[in-house]
Design a protein around this ligand. Structure first.
Ligand code: PLP
Length: 354
């Protein structure tokens, strides 16, 4: 270990992002990116923003983008916070809201960044096991807690809770902040955003990386009571007061205002997910019911790690999580219909040898 490291750096166990390899003709189904490009209007707005104006700092409050998001979601601008990817927004929420005296609760199988932030900010994290069907059970959260974070739909299972269940969770924990990470909600989940009006303890976090095909731009946001948003703003202004550049603000704003492109892109991905699920099931896979742009699937004849390695040998990349309950599974991003054909052909080839 390098002798110059601080205690913080020494004790971290960082998140491992999905591989971003440079292999030609790779079918990349490992990081839940969109198979389609972003809205053409967003591209146009970004080209226009790439100008002499870049010598000036961007709007630190991102007023136009926050107004566009407020209009889109039917909330007020004071109820919107934007950041450099939802990962940054989540990090600020962990520091500004979820760090309480009593423990933070989250499911045992969920976005694997949550334990990393908990460690970074010195938050005691307590995991609540998913039920036998790999779903979140609201009743299991009736215990001593300082805050709660859940992803809905959950990652990497893809399973979604209905809005009524989230409402119950909020009512049962009205005294503590509850964060709902909706990174995948646009692919068939029910958003908790309409609950914000009656629940000052609810923070909803969304991203432009998946359903808006802007993973490369790094824009995420939070929606919630103005009181919660103010905590995020205080953390941001103590960390990086200009998190979103001019190009990101312009592109993200144009994307939010292009509803037809958004709806079309999401519905194509949902349609491909249904085809992919049918074909994987026909090959003998057990596929969890997904409301996301990926599926979580296992095959009774082969472990997740071995299957993922065999797919990689055939230039198809999927994600595998090496934890006891998720080890049998692979998380496979929904690609183009052509990607799915290649995936199914490769999987059936692998299974032929069994
Ligand atoms: C992808 C993902 C994020 C992070 O998204 P960015 O906006 O790209 O940082 C957050 N939460 C979950 C559950 C995700 O899957």
């Amino acid at each position: 270990m390098n002798p110059y490291w601080s205690r913080i750096a020494r004790e971290l166990s960082p998140y491992t992002p999905g591989e971003q390899p440079r292999i030609a003709n790779l079918v990349k189904l490992n990081t839940n990116e969109s198979p389609f490009g972003p809205s053409p209007r967003a591209e146009e707005a970004m080209r226009a923003a790439a100008s002499d104006s870049l010598r000036l700092y961007p709007d630190p409050e991102a007023v136009e983008l926050r107004q566009a998001l407020a209009d889109h979601h039917g909330v007020r601008r004071e109820q919107v916070f934007v950041g450099n990817g939802s990962d940054e927004v989540l990090a600020h929420a962990f520091a500004g809201l979820l760090k309480q005296t009593r423990p933070l609760l989250c499911p045992d199988i969920t976005y694997s960044f949550y334990p990393v932030w908990a460690q970074l900010f010195g938050i005691t994290l307590e995991t609540v096991p998913l039920d036998a069907g790999m779903g979140v059970r609201i009743e299991d959260y009736r215990r001593e807690a300082g805050a709660i974070v859940i992803a809905n739909p959950n990652a990497p299972t893809g399973i979604a809770l209905p809005r009524a269940a989230i409402a119950r969770l909020l009512d049962e924990h009205a005294g503590i902040p509850v964060l709902v990470d909706e990174a995948y909600v646009d692919f068939g989940g029910e958003s908790a955003v309409p609950l914000i009006a009656d629940h000052p303890n609810l923070l909803v976090v969304q991203t432009m990386s998946k359903s808006r095909a802007l993973a490369g731009l790094r824009v995420g946001y939070a929606l919630g009571d103005a009181g919660l948003i103010e905590a995020l703003r205080r953390v941001k202004d103590s960390f990086n007061s200009y998190p979103l550049g001019r190009i990101a603000q312009a592109g993200a704003t144009a994307s939010v205002r292009d509803d037809p492109w958004f709806r079309d892109s999401c519905s194509r991905i949902v349609a491909t997910r249904e085809t992919m699920t049918r074909e994987l099931t026909a090959l003998g896979f057990i596929v969890l019911p997904s409301c996301a742009n990926f599926v979580f699937a296992r095959h009774p004849l082969m472990g997740g790690a071995a299957f993922a390695a065999a797919l990689r040998d055939r230039a198809i990349l999927v994600r595998h999580f090496d934890k006891p309950r998720s080890a049998p599974y692979m998380r496979i991003t929904v690609g183009t219909p052509d990607d799915v054909r290649k995936l199914i052909a490769a999987a059936s080839d692998i299974l032929k040898g069994r």
